[in-house]
Design a binder for this molecule. Sequence first.
Ligand SMILES: N[C@@H](CCC(=O)N[C@@H](CS)C(=O)NCC(=O)O)C(=O)O
Length: 206
Amino acid sequence: MPELKIIGAPQSTFVRTTRMALEEKGVAYTLTPARPHSPEIDSLHPFGRIPAMRHGDLALCESRAIIGYVDRVFGGPKLIPDEPKRAAMIEQWSSLVANAVFPAVFPYFREYFFPASGTTDRAAVDAQLPAVRHAIEVLGNRAKDGFIAGEDFTLADMYALPILVYLNRLPESRDFIGETQTLDAYLAKHAERPSFRDTTPPPLGK
Ligand SMILES: N[C@@H](CCC(=O)N[C@@H](CS)C(=O)NCC(=O)O)C(=O)O
C-alpha cells in the first residue's frame, strides 16, 4: 500500500478531524503542514482549502471525501456503519457541524485569531455572538448524552471537538459553553481519547 499523505496545517479543525478519523481507524499517515491557498493546496482544492490528501496516484480534497475514501480502502473500525439509519444519523450530524456550526463560528474565530485590521474589532465580535451562542446551544443539546450523534463516539464528535477546543479558549464562547451545563462534561469525557489527545495542534501561527 502506498504512503497516505495528509496535507494541511495541524491547527485547522478540518485537518484535525481528518487526522482523528485516521487515528480511530489505526491507519498510518504522514502530515505535511501547508496553509490554505499555498501552491500545493491550490493545486489540490479549487477553493484553496485544507485538508488535502495524496495516496498513490489519487489526490483528494475535502475532509469528508478523504475520510470516506479511507473508510472504504483501509481496515479498522468502520467510521460510517452499514446500518442505514445509524449511518444517516452520523452523516447528518457530521454535516451539521461541518456545514452549519463551523460557518456560524468561523467569523468569530477570524476576528480574534486573524483580524483583518491586525487587532480584534469589538463591534465585529459582538455582531457574531448570537450565531456563536446558537451554534453552542445546538452542540450543548446534543452533548447531553455524551456524544453528538447519540449512542457512541462517531465522526460527528470528530468534527465537533476540534471546533469546541477553540470556542473554549475565547471569552464569550467560553461563557456560552459554561451555560450549556453539558459541554464542559463532554469536553472532559473525550479529553484523553487518544485520537483527540494525539492530534493536539501547536499554537495558531506556528
Ligand atoms: N469543506 C471543507 C472545509 C475546509 C476548510 O474550510 N478548511 C479551512 C481551514 S479549517 C480553510 O482551508 N480555510 C481557508 C479558506 O476558506 O479560504 C472540508 O471539509 O475539508
